[in-house]
Ligand binder design. Structure first.
Ligand code: PMP
Length: 360
């Protein structure tokens, strides 16, 4: 059976070449006579794999030695707790809410106020279609950090320019990491669940400036403590070895295909094509301020919501999978991460036009 076009928001489409390599190697990895998932994370072979994955990621994102790169578990959601536990340090943290994920991060951090860890300040809250104007932001002055989510996966709201704030910037890049170049030096901490642009679920990347490793709260569990994880090469306990391996293959694939600059061009071309199709029709709409439309997650509505079910049935028959929007927004959503090809987005646009001709 052919692989179909998969627009799932995460776990998401993986590059076919990566899955083929994993398939080739699954029974006997590098002549070890065992699968990579069957060997010790402390073996020399695995250590080499882990080190190479980090080296390739550093190359892809141009990450300097000032930063620790951690390969953790618990998903991006565990970082909603790990961040205040490691960085709040009795101070105030500023949180900007632009959608579901930054709201969840804010709510989770807020719980630590009751432990006396510090204060969590709401900077501004968007309506899920736009980013609150900077003039309305209530920054707290000397914050321990400023947290935001550059790409809201559910609402499809993206902030392309790094906010100009005085405090250390912490960013949830779960759904946009490696989609286009960023300047890592602008950030104090970057985190991302792997299951979109990196690899399979089960791995979470944390890229944190080393000078911030010293201020964890006594409440912070060791497994969530960045310094402990850094000192133990992210192997304080057994890491998610197979997800780490697959992510390493994705990094190799990206490097072989021109790196983040090259994939960014493709990503913009994919997003432009899809938004153009939406804007050219009265049958489809996207409610997000065009300046903040995500290049990774494209939500769209049908003018007649009674047709939603039919759209999903017919798109599936046409080999276009997982287009159902998140229940918070409704309608459809096409997640067009790195592994989704231009041709697949083209097929979606063709399908959308045909569907409109038949039912519009
Ligand atoms: N942040 C963002 C932006 C996300 O898209 C997601 C998952 N979709 C999360 C956090 C939570 O990630 P996880 O399921 O890995 O905890």
């Amino acid at each position: 059976m052919n692989r179909l076009a998969n627009f799932c928001a995460g776990p998401a489409s993986m590059p076919t070449a990566v899955l083929q390599k994993a398939q080739d190697e699954i029974l006997n990895w590098r002549g070890t006579g065992a699968s990579v998932m069957e060997i010790s994370h402390r073996s020399a072979d695995y250590t080499e794999l882990a080190t190479k994955a980090e080296r390739d990621l550093r190359k892809l994102m141009n990450i300097s030695d000032d930063y620790a790169v951690l390969f953790l578990q618990g998903g991006a959601a565990l970082q909603f707790s790990a961040i205040p536990l490691n960085l709040l340090n009795g101070g105030v943290a500023d949180y900007l809410i632009t959608g579901t994920w930054s709201q969840k991060a804010y709510k989770e951090a807020k719980r630590y106020e009751t432990l006396g860890l510090g204060k969590i300040n709401l900077v501004a809250q968007g309506d899920g279609t736009d980013v609150p104007n900077v003039d309305t932001w209530q920054l707290s002055g000397k914050a321990s950090y400023f947290h935001y989510c550059p790409n809201e996966t559910i609402h499809g709201v993206q902030i392309f320019d790094t906010p100009k704030v005085d405090s250390a910037i912490v960013a949830d890049l779960s759904s946009c990491i490696l989609s286009e170049p960023i300047n890592v030096d602008d950030f104090a901490l970057i985190y991302a669940g792997a299951q979109k642009n990196i690899g399979p679920a089960g791995l979470t990347l944390v890229i944190v400036r080393k000078d911030l490793l010293e201020q964890a709260s006594a409440w912070c569990p060791s497994i969530m403590n960045y310094k402990s994880q850094f000192e133990n090469d992210s192997m304080l306990n057994t890491p998610s070895t197979y997800a780490w391996y697959l992510s390493g293959l994705v990094f190799e694939w990206l490097l072989e295909n021109g790196g983040v600059e090259a994939i960014a061009k493709l990503n913009h071309a994919k997003a432009d094509m899809l938004y153009r199709a939406i804007d050219e029709s009265d049958f489809y709409s996207n409610k997000v301020n065009p300046k903040h439309r995500s290049i990774m997650n494209v939500p769209f509505q049908l003018a007649d919501t009674n047709l939603d079910k039919l759209f999903l049935e017919e798109s599936k028959k046409a080999g276009l999978l997982n287009l159902k929007g998140h229940r918070v927004v409704g309608g459809m959503r096409a997640s067009i991460y790195n592994a989704v090809t231009l041709e697949q987005v083209q097929s979606l646009v063709v399908f959308m036009k045909e569907f409109e001709q038949r039912y519009g």
